[in-house]
Design a protein around this ligand. Structure first.
Ligand code: ZN
Length: 133
């Protein structure tokens, strides 16, 4: 007897989806990572402060490069006084700039940052919920 039934035996195991993860991993956000010279943690370049060393009459001074336009050697620091303190403590500035680097300007920048009246304290005010008198 003739069998007319065509067995479609060539059913490919559709496991093509297994190739996806690699592209998924490579799809990282396009934000360069930089290391803070204070706490040594990596952060997005966008949240770090760029510091650049400029030479003024033979004296090297570190400036806060807010526009990120200053060319030359740069360093990155969180806009956090604690990170500045850490960087100073670790002599991270002369190390990052491979030489003497006055940071008066940076300190001034941070001082101005602290003086900004933000109005909101760091401590969140918890409303007293148990006010049953
Ligand atoms: Zn930091």
């Amino acid at each position: 007897m003739y069998k007319a039934g065509s067995l479609s035996a060539a059913q490919a195991p559709a496991a093509a989806s297994a190739a996806a993860p690699e592209t998924e991993q490579r799809r990282r956000p396009h934000v360069p990572q930089r290391t803070c010279i204070g706490c040594r943690k990596k952060s997005d370049q966008a949240v770090l402060l760029r510091l650049a060393r400029v030479s003024m009459e033979g004296v090297y001074a570190v400036r806060v490069d807010e526009r990120r336009r200053v060319s030359g050697r740069g360093a990155w620091l969180h806009p956090d006084p604690a990170c500045l303190r850490l960087a100073v403590k670790r002599s991270a500035f002369p190390r990052a700039f491979k030489g003497p680097a006055g940071i008066t300007d940076v300190e001034r920048w941070f001082k101005a940052l602290e003086n900004v009246p933000t109005g909101n304290g760091l401590e969140t005010v918890q409303p007293e919920s148990g006010s049953e008198i």
